[in-house]
Design a protein around this ligand. Structure first.
Ligand SMILES: [Zn+2]
Length: 150
């Protein structure tokens, strides 16, 4: 999360309802009253919005590959360990999600340690990039990832 997202005036977009929120409260859409629009923001202005999905929630559907530090890279779901890990009961460390923008949809690689130790951002990026390069995913030279989500 960038520092800008932590300022008291946090503006977020509720994708589901297509309305803007400020500090978790719906804002009106700004259409003139005579337009009589039925925008969610207008009808629900001032109401507290449900918690918005995190970047991780939004990008999870775009994870295609899983890489771990045991040198294993494969498609998501290729075997029982090829999963996106979440920190909790089963694992101490969640997979880092490393993503590249390609066209309209991003492509993500989930990176974690086979032994469930922490992997830093730089290592995660390198592992993801090396794996995609191995798969000849990049059209030319490998590029820096566009997203890194913890
Ligand atoms: Zn409106």
């Amino acid at each position: 999360m960038s520092p800008a997202e932590r300022t008291p005036n946090t503006v977020e977009y509720d994708y589901e309802n297509q309305a803007w929120t400020r500090n978790g409260v719906y804002e009106t859409c700004g259409h003139p009253p005579e337009m009589d629009c039925q925008c969610y923001g207008k009808i629900h202005a001032g109401e507290v919005a449900p918690k918005q999905p995190t970047a991780r929630d939004r990008f999870l559907p775009y994870v295609s590959f899983v890489v771990d530090d045991a040198g294993s890279g494969r498609e998501l779901g290729a075997d029982q360990h090829a999963i996106v890990r979440e920190a909790g009961d089963q694992f101490t460390y969640a997979s880092r999600l490393v993503g590249w923008q390609c066209g309209f949809e991003p492509l993500f690689v989930a990176v974690h340690s086979y032994l469930d130790v922490e992997i830093d951002d730089q290592d995660a990026e390198e592992m993801a990039r090396d794996y995609l390069e191995e798969r000849k995913w990049f059209a030319g030279e490998p590029t820096e990832p566009d997203h890194l989500i913890r």
